[in-house]
Design a protein around this ligand. Structure first.
Ligand code: OSB
Ligand code: MG
Length: 368
């Protein structure tokens, strides 16, 4: 595409209920929406950072600064820009993968819309809908957790993931197992443990979980391998897998037997596909993670999750799981436990300009 400018906005989307993980509680989703302005038309992307650097080192104001100061000017320096070269144009800048991913998605969406080509087809989607899992935050107590999970099961979600942290692990998991029996169930620790907690984590083995996600720190690949050898529950990595290189290293070390793929965390949907491909070649199951995406990222995640190696249900839930009001005209809905892969050009969703404006708290445009 011929890039003419890039607009970035900080949005505040109220959450339908607070979302609590081992690293904190969110009541409003603060996120950056990107609009690529090209001679061929516009394209949309989303930078999935959160307000504070608690899940990873990235955070919204940091992404905002690096995007406006370095990344967007580097892209605007190129007159024509294929989506496949965005990552290499941004490669000199270390890190900031979520910021890079959001910019790449906006350029990719613009290019695909101009070609009248759906994102799913471009990425290699093999299905027209994907099974929908839901990520359930830490609740007041295990009884409250059981009530919340019951609601999601009634809605038809195909898999439940509960967040855990030290002191809120065994009893919470036991409560959900006892209440609902043999449902597809997994847990996510968001790095809240150390190897010294291995005995506690081994107690989870009796619950026949699909997996335990990211028990240890982001850079603990060797400790994850040590832990994985002690657990019957499969270890899945989220935070640690920041690139296809990290995925290769983790598999070589035996740090994980399942990988959660999030396009933001790895620097974009194209790198996400590369991780999918290498895991598929290695016979390692992957699933699509989520970052409380708006309708933009949610549409892209549905397309990614439709690739053939995504053999476990992802955190690709209905928009209503997080939001009463989304910024797209047709937010993702749950149908028979599945979310549909959009079929329109590019992301296959249209922005609701009124909702976008209502939730915008900051806006900047850089032009060539
Ligand atoms: O660890 O998967 C995670 C949300 C924010 C940051 C990290 C994580 C999550 C989730 C939510 O679990 C997944 C979703 O968007 O549904
Ligand atoms: Mg996770």
């Amino acid at each position: 595409v011929t890039l003419e400018g890039i607009e970035v906005r900080v949005l505040h989307l109220p959450l339908v209920s607070p979302f609590t993980t081992s690293f904190g509680t969110e009541t409003v989703r603060e996120v950056i929406v990107v609009r690529a302005l090209t001679a061929e038309g516009e394209g949309w992307g989303e930078i999935v950072t959160q307000e504070s650097p608690l899940y990873s080192s990235e955070y919204t104001q940091g992404a905002w600064d690096v995007a406006l100061r370095f990344l967007i000017p580097a892209l605007l320096d190129r007159h024509t820009l294929a989506p496949e070269v965005v990552a290499s144009a941004l490669e000199p800048f270390v890190g900031h993968r979520m910021a890079k991913a959001g910019l790449e998605l906006a350029v990719l969406d613009a290019a695909l819309r101009a070609e009248n080509r759906p994102l799913g087809e471009y990425l290699g989607a093999a299905r027209d809908r994907v099974p929908s899992g839901v990520s359930v935050g830490i609740q007041r107590d295990p009884a409250a957790l059981v009530d919340v999970v019951a609601g999601y099961l009634d809605e038809g979600y195909a898999r439940i993931k509960i967040k855990i942290k030290p002191g809120r692990d065994i009893a919470d998991t036991a409560a959900v197992r006892d209440a609902f029996g043999d449902i597809p169930l997994q847990v996510d620790a968001n790095s809240a443990y150390t190897l010294a907690d291995a005995d506690t984590l081994a107690e989870l083995d009796r619950f026949d979980l699909l997996l335990i996600e990211q028990p240890l720190q982001e850079d603990d690949l060797v400790d994850h391998a040590t832990l994985a050898a002690r657990l019957r529950t499969p270890v899945c990595l989220d935070e640690s897998i920041v690139s296809s290189k990290a995925a290769l290293d983790a598999l070589a070390l035996g740090s994980a037997s399942v990988i959660n793929i999030k396009a933001g965390r790895v620097g974009g949907y194209l790198e996400a596909v590369r991780i999918h491909d290498l895991c598929r070649n290695a016979g390692v199951p992957v699933w699509c993670g989520g970052m409380l995406e708006t309708g933009i990222g949610r549409a892209a995640n549905a397309a990614l999750a439709a690739l053939p190696g995504f053999t476990l249900p992802g955190d690709v839930s209905a928009s209503s799981r997080f939001y009463d009001r989304d910024i797209v005209t047709e937010p993702a809905v749950l149908e028979d436990g599945h979310v549909r892969v959009p079929t329109g050009p590019g992301l296959g969703v249209e922005i609701d300009p009124v909702a976008l404006e209502d939730m915008t708290v900051a806006c900047e445009v850089l032009r060539r």
